[in-house]
Write a new protein. Sequence first.
Length: 114
Amino acid sequence: MEDAKISAYRKAHLRVQKLKRFYKHLTVYVIVNVIVVFFGLRGIDLLNTKTMEVDAYYVPWLLWNILSVPILWGIGLLMHGVSVFRPTFGFIKNWEQRQLQKIMEEEYRKEPPM
């Protein structure tokens, strides 16, 4: 009984650690990307108003670079979130249980216990 409590505590502790790391990741993502987008867009605005000639392709390229940081990092954050919150779909578990039962019954019919 004591081992079960220790095992449950370890699982809960591990789950809390995973949640904590995810929320830290989310916090850093929001702070860094607000800064990157704010200063990046402000820099583009300064380029458009302060310089006489800017290459026509430079501003769209710069904009893509500014926006690609939160997009690509966001994909990584989404994968991190899925790994932490890991939705369990009921139909998959039910299917797995049915298949396991079916295979066990087939094996039992082939070789009945003595």
